[in-house]
Design a protein around this ligand. Structure first.
Ligand code: MN
Length: 263
């Protein structure tokens, strides 16, 4: 009897499991296709909040300070701004008060720092007028548009895309987003970068050729901007190389400092 009972129990259990599997199949069919493996959403911490800022796209403006345009060999007159993108997962977030290890990247022998103001958008659109553009900004942070200058220059010389010089892993370094409700907007203010304590880049945001509002307006003529987009607003003059062991300290008046060590 005991044997029969056990068989009965087993059979009943198997039928129950089959029923559960059938229910699961039905539920999955109803839910639609599922990703075959997980891919993470890039996020940036928000200062003073448990919430995070989800990143959609990273735009960068080129040559937005006249003195940097000159050192890069172009005309600093007010010609339309130009833009490039970095992949969203190129972001390296650096917590306030820490010195984050930043890996020296592959291929390059001339790895450059570019300290920049970064604007983070909470809304977007197309053909946004400059006088409405700042309404799109959620907050700001200080960032580094790290650049494999030798590869960028090599591609430029051949009239090929910059991707390999600009759009690589860890190339978009930044601090937590500071909500604009706390910082206000940034039309002016000191921006600097020091390497091992020696100041290399030192300028003021008022020297930007195109303001943040104008950058958003011009970008939105070419791309539909959306919440989650961030914009690196260009670097002042005196970009230069870093090597393993260097400690970079970025300062932007009104924002917390941001620091990395090249490893
Ligand atoms: Mn840059």
């Amino acid at each position: 009897m005991e044997t029969i009972n056990r068989r009965t129990v087993l059979a009943t259990g198997a039928a129950a499991l089959a029923g559960v599997a059938a229910l699961n199949d039905a539920a999955e069919a109803q839910a639609g296709p599922k990703a075959i493996f997980p891919v993470g959403q890039t996020t940036i911490p928000i200062a003073g909040s448990k919430d995070v800022f989800p990143v959609r796209r990273i735009y960068c403006i080129g040559r937005n300070y006249a003195a940097h345009a000159i050192e890069r060999g172009s005309d600093p007159t007010r010609e339309p701004p130009f833009f490039f993108q970095k992949p969203t997962d190129a972001i390296q977030v650096v917590a306030v008060g820490t010195v984050a290890d930043h890996p020296y990247p592959l291929l390059t022998k001339n790895y450059h720092h570019e300290v920049e103001l970064v604007a983070a958008l909470k809304s977007g659109g197309t053909n946004i007028p400059a006088d409405k553009a700042l309404d799109c900004v959620y907050g700001y942070t200080v960032g580094l548009d790290m650049t494999r200058r030798d590869l960028q220059n090599g591609m430029s010389a051949e009239k090929k895309p910059w991707e390999i010089g600009k759009s690589f892993d860890h190339s978009a370094v930044l601090g937590p987003i500071q909500p604009v409700s706390k910082t206000g907007h940034f039309a002016k203010g000191a921006i600097s970068l020091a390497v091992n304590g020696a100041v290399k880049q030192n300028s003021d945001l008022k020297n930007m050729i195109w303001s943040v509002a104008e950058q958003i307006s011009k970008l939105s003529e070419a791309f539909e901007l959306k919440a989650g987009d961030i914009i690196y607003s260009g670097t002042p003059e005196n970009v230069g190389p870093v090597v393993k062991g260097d400690v970079l300290l970025c300062k932007l008046e009104g924002l917390p400092d941001m620091s990395i060590k090249i490893v």
